[in-house]
Design a protein around this ligand. Sequence first.
Ligand SMILES: CC(C)(COP(=O)(O)OP(=O)(O)OC[C@H]1O[C@@H](n2cnc3c(N)ncnc32)[C@H](O)[C@@H]1OP(=O)(O)O)[C@@H](O)C(=O)NCCC(=O)NCCS
Length: 147
Amino acid sequence: MIIRQLQQSDKKRWISFFQSLSEDTIENRYHHLVKNKDIDIIKGYWNYLIHDSISIIIEVDETVIGCAELYINTKNDGAEIAITIADKWQDAGMGNLLMCYMEVLINCYYDIKSITLNILPTNTRMKKLAEKHRFKYHKDYVWIKEI
Ligand SMILES: CC(C)(COP(=O)(O)OP(=O)(O)OC[C@H]1O[C@@H](n2cnc3c(N)ncnc32)[C@H](O)[C@@H]1OP(=O)(O)O)[C@@H](O)C(=O)NCCC(=O)NCCS
């Protein structure tokens, strides 16, 4: 298992990862379904990911099994994290691992005052992970951790 930063050369691998995700997982991450796994929408997500985020992936045998995205907002010294784990690897500690990694990354390299997570109210697994990492429910979908 390798944990490393996502690179431009990972495009095919990341698209395969996305295409492997169940509807539930896509809805929990993106808050809507990507109908028929529309390739143009997936490529749009890829462009956003590679240009606007600092993303960390977990790779097993050259297959992406998890991805954590960090979006820095310089206007309010805040950051947003989003995590996606491949369905068959969920509930095995990978989300927790990526959350720890992202928090260390932020603490070491960024002058950030708060971290935000956007979580659907029905996403009990992510809410549990957020609570474990001391995020507090703010309002609507928003959970915040002050640093
Ligand atoms: C949410 C997600 C990132 C969590 O990652 P994961 O690897 O599955 O979760 P972990 O194994 O690290 O477990 C996190 C905690 O949730 C708990 N948990 C697991 N399945 C659960 C379930 N169905 N209901 C409630 N809690 C659950 C685990 O027990 C663990 O708590 P513990 O360490 O106290 O035992 C992952 O499931 C995922 O990608 N889901 C779909 C996309 C998504 O929801 N992304 C979040 C967008 S912000």
